[in-house]
Design a protein around this ligand. Structure first.
Ligand SMILES: [Zn+2]
Length: 239
């Protein structure tokens, strides 16, 4: 460790660790953005699903309407048939029976007509809901587009922030001795992003164990890097 100013090197390491902490935190934030965007997108898709359901509902009603109109048509045909037969009957009894049939078919038809009117009302109401839903979705779509743009801008902003920090980091790292830098890097990885820790009172602020006075003495000597005997982090005393 000749020609190396340990005091300065440790100060640089503390500064480097500050940057590494910021970079790590920002990179974690960055990872959460695609997930958030996906959630917003899912919510939007779910809302579009409501419109599909409403449209399917109207289709079902329209089928029912056709079916009822078919029934109405075939009843009308039977009424015409009965009416034709009226002129051919020979007895009063047959005539009365036919009139009865015609009456029943007409009664059936007015029920069917009422049902058709009900179905048409339902279709109207559903179509109004669909129109409202379409308007709502249009607004939601533009909200979603805005959210997406906001997320993309945020990603760009964060990325340039990280780039700036990384540039500062490499400039700083160049001033640190290679062997010290590689020790720092190894500890940082194995100790959850905390490689250099101050001593407060007599204890290591990485693992909070009391340090032997010999260790404190070695730190004060500033001749070499001093590691915590318990957690193996690099120790320094704050001025
Ligand atoms: Zn420790």
């Amino acid at each position: 460790m000749k020609n190396i100013n340990i005091e300065e090197q440790v100060k640089l390491l503390v500064e480097l660790q500050g940057l590494d902490t910021q970079i790590l935190k920002i990179e974690i934030d960055l990872e959460s953005i695609p997930e958030e965007l996906e959630r917003v997108e899912e919510a939007f898709k779910e809302k579009s699903g409501n419109l599909k359901k409403l449209e399917e509902g109207v289709k079902m009603l329209q089928l029912k309407q056709k079916e009822k109109e078919g029934e109405l048509g075939s009843k009308e045909t039977s009424i015409k048939k009965f009416q034709g037969q009226l002129y051919q009957v020979k007895t009063n009894k047959e005539y009365t029976a036919l009139e009865g049939e015609i009456g029943r078919a007409r009664a059936d038809n007015s029920l069917i007509e009422e049902e058709i009117i009900k179905i048409l009302d339902q279709i109207d109401a559903e179509n109004q809901r669909i129109a409202k839903e379409r308007e709502f979705l249009k607004a939601e779509e533009s909200k979603f587009a805005q959210d997406k743009k906001r997320f993309e801008d945020e990603v760009q902003r964060i990325k340039s922030e990280v780039d700036g920090l990384k540039t500062r980091r490499s400039a700083l790292a160049e001033r640190i001795d290679k062997s010290i830098l590689s020790k720092y890097g190894r500890i940082l990885k194995s100790k959850d992003g905390l490689a250099v820790v101050p001593v407060a009172g007599d204890s290591c602020q990485g693992c909070f164990r009391i340090l032997p006075s010999q260790v404190i003495h070695e730190i004060r000597m500033k001749k070499d890097l001093v590691f915590c005997g318990n957690c193996a982090r690099i120790l320094y005393i704050e001025e």
